[in-house]
Design a binder for this molecule. Structure first.
Ligand code: PMP
Length: 411
């Protein structure tokens, strides 16, 4: 096949990271990659993760055996509680089927694969339901769902004028979509815009989705990062569960545990209240296990152990929440600092969206030309769509970044 394999383009995000690394300028600033950085622009190993690491290293029984196909049960059960709440009826009624995945990407993939096999809403296997993605969304969503043979479409999300949510556009698109479509929703801290619906808006969205019989597919990669509060960041999913939707959740522990490269995550299928719940959960879990076997056999053990130790120990769990507040708090401080500096400089704005938006990212509104200038003249790296990772800012570089933005906006 060698002759017919064309060169594929480099992944834009990882290409950006490579270019940043190769830049010798001492002033360079990385606002590209979606990973938390501390005040010194360094990766941060959460103190609670270090403690869990100690526990694993001091455990004489610890080994490198395979996990079961469905992963570490002490992780998946707690992970489900994290999503819907420990005392939620979905848990007590046994309506959640959970499986450990290759982080959030693997959860989206396994979920997409599962739905492409078993979600056949039109009674005709050749007519697949469409997955609706927000415009814009995490770029990988497009490839992940296309790769499992599901058609994709977009719903409006970001309002260029207000740099907030285009709720009317979104609602109209959901109303116009064919019944029983799959709707991909970011549970909180939307990537790349940093714009989330309010709880009242989530209710409106849910109402339309219920009327149209749409299937909610939640992607939760930033729980605890948006507000610093795990429960609050799960409120959209919990609302849909309380309303009785059958839905799925792709959950990543990359950001909130800082376990990026360990690939820890889960996929959850939550069925609607029914006397049949136990049987549904067992059947769904069996099919997920079968799919998993042919894909990865069994998921990786280390990150799963770390997360499980923290989630199962009340003292460590409390400490994790503290660590989450450290990360989300520093990001909020940087939002305030960047906005204040731009306003102080009188940079043509407005810049309120910098502090209105939440989570790891901000959609600045800078255009492609300005982004290129920032990179070429100021060694400041961000994605072409003007998204900046707030975690790349710190007290030492925020003024420099604001001044550079000021220059390119005025040109
Ligand atoms: N979904 C969204 C919206 C994301 O931003 C990310 C990480 N960039 C993921 C899923 C999955 O990431 P990972 O596979 O590293 O958990």
């Amino acid at each position: 096949p060698a002759e017919v394999v064309p060169q594929a383009p480099e992944d834009p995000l990882f290409g950006l990271a490579r270019a940043f690394k190769a830049d010798p300028s001492p002033q360079k600033v990385d606002l590209g990659i979606g990973a938390y950085r501390d005040e010194n622009a360094k990766p941060w190993v959460l103190p609670v993760v270090k403690k869990a690491d100690e526990i694993i290293r001091n455990d004489p029984e610890a080994n490198h055996e395979y996990l079961p196909i469905a992963g570490l049960a002490s992780l998946t059960s707690k992970a489900a509680e994290l999503v819907v709440g420990a005392s939620a009826p979905a848990i007590t009624e046994g309506r959640v089927a959970s499986i450990q995945t290759i982080s959030g990407t693997g959860a989206c993939h396994l979920g997409g694969l599962f739905l492409s096999r078993f979600y056949n809403p039109y009674g005709d296997a050749s007519k697949k339901p469409t997955v609706y993605l927000s415009n814009p969304t995490w770029a990988n969503h497009n490839q992940i769902f296309s790769n499992v043979g599901l058609p994709i479409a977009q719903y409006p999300y970001f309002d260029q004028k207000t740099k907030g949510l285009d709720i009317d556009g979104m609602k109209k698109a959901l109303s116009d979509a064919p019944e029983r479509s799959i709707i991909l929703l970011h549970a909180c801290a939307h990537n790349p815009t940093g714009v989330d619906p309010t709880l009242a808006q989530w209710r409106e969205i849910a109402e339309i989705m219920a009327a149209k019989g749409h299937f909610p597919f939640f992607d939760t990669a930033y729980q605890g990062f948006a507000s610093g509060d795990l429960d609050r960041d799960a409120s959209a999913i919990r609302l849909f569960v309380e309303l009785g939707f059958e839905l799925v959740v792709a959950q990543s522990f990359a950001k909130n545990f800082g376990l990026y490269g360990q690939r820890a995550g889960c996929f959850h299928f939550i069925s609607a209240p029914s006397p049949d719940a136990a049987s549904i959960t067992t059947r769904v879990a069996s099919q997920l296990t079968l799919l998993q076997r042919s894909e990865i056999s069994n998921p990786p053990i280390y990150g799963a152990k770390v997360a499980s130790i923290v989630l199962n120990d009340p003292a460590l769990f409390a400490e994790w929440k503290e660590n989450l507040r450290t990360m989300s708090g520093r990001i909020i401080d940087m939002r305030k600092a960047l906005r204040a500096k731009l306003e102080e400089l009188g940079t043509p704005g407005p810049w309120n969206h910098i502090t209105d938006q939440i989570g790891m990212f901000s959609f600045t509104g800078l255009n492609e030309k300005q982004v290129a200038k920032l990179r070429e003249e100021f060694h400041i790296y961000m994605t072409k769509n003007g998204r900046i990772s707030m975690a790349g800012l710190n007290k030492k570089n925020v003024d420099y970044v604001a001044r550079a933005v000021d220059k390119v906006v005025r040109e």
